[in-house]
Design a binder for this molecule. Structure first.
Ligand code: PNS
Length: 168
C-alpha cells in the first residue's frame, strides 16, 4: 500500500530581529531542516523603538539567510496568527534560551493557540553557545565599543558599528 501523502510543513519564525544575532541564525538553520519552507517574519512594531528600520532588518536578514534555499524573509504587522493564515503556514517556531524566556513564550503560545487552534508553536532550545545572546545585549555592547564579532554575522557587525558610531 502506498504511504499517505506527506503534508507540507510551512513554518513562520517571527521576531523583532533588531538586529539578527548568531543565536537567531542558528535557529533559522535548524528550522530550515525541520520545515519544507521557513518564513522569517519581522514584526513591524511602530510602538517599539528600534535601532534598525523594518526595511533595514529585512534587507540584512535576506543577505544572511542566502545560504538557505528554503528560507524566505518577510514582515508583518498586526496579529501573528493572521500572518500565519495569510501565508498558509501551519507552525510557528520560537527559540528558548532560559527558563525566563519560557514563561513569556508559554503565554504567547497559549494566546496564539486560543486565537488560532490549528497553528502549533514549536520551541527550539537555543544552542548552548548562544544561550545568553540577545539583540538587546549585543546593541548595548556595540554601543559601548565592545567586540560583538562572536555574537553576530560579520555583515551585521559592520552595520552595528556604523549605526552606533553615528549615534555616539
Ligand atoms: O523577538 P520578539 O520581539 O520577542 O518577538 C515577539 C513576537 C514578534 C513574536 C510577538 O511580539 C508577536 O507575535 N507580536 C505580534 C502581535 C500578536 O500577534 N500578539 C498576540 C500574541 S501575544
Amino acid at each position: 500500500m502506498a504511504a499517505p501523502p506527506k503534508s507540507r510543513i510551512v513554518a513562520i519564525y517571527p521576531g523583532s530581529f533588531d538586529p539578527i544575532t548568531n543565536g537567531h541564525l542558528d535557529l533559522i538553520s535548524r528550522g530550515s531542516k525541520l520545515a519544507d519552507h521557513l518564513i522569517v517574519a519581522v514584526l513591524e512594531n511602530r510602538r517599539k523603538q528600534s535601532l534598525f528600520s523594518v526595511d533595514e532588518r529585512v534587507e540584512m536578514l535576506r543577505e544572511v539567510v542566502k545560504p538557505f534555499a528554503n528560507v524566505e524573509v518577510g514582515c508583518f504587522h498586526g496579529l501573528l496568527v493572521d500572518y500565519v493564515a495569510e501565508r498558509g503556514a501551519n507552525f510557528i517556531i520560537r527559540g528558548i534560551r532560559a527558563i525566563s524566556d519560557y514563561e513569556y513564550e508559554l503565554q504567547i503560545a497559549h494566546m496564539n493557540r486560543r486565537l488560532s487552534p490549528g497553528v502549533e508553536t514549536v520551541f527550539l532550545m537555543a544552542a548552548e553557545a548562544y544561550s545568553f545572546v540577545s539583540s538587546q545585549l549585543v546593541k548595548e555592547v556595540a554601543s559601548l565599543g565592545g567586540n560583538v564579532s562572536e555574537f553576530v554575522p560579520p555583515l551585521i557587525e559592520e552595520h552595528l558599528k556604523n549605526r552606533v558610531s553615528k549615534r555616539n
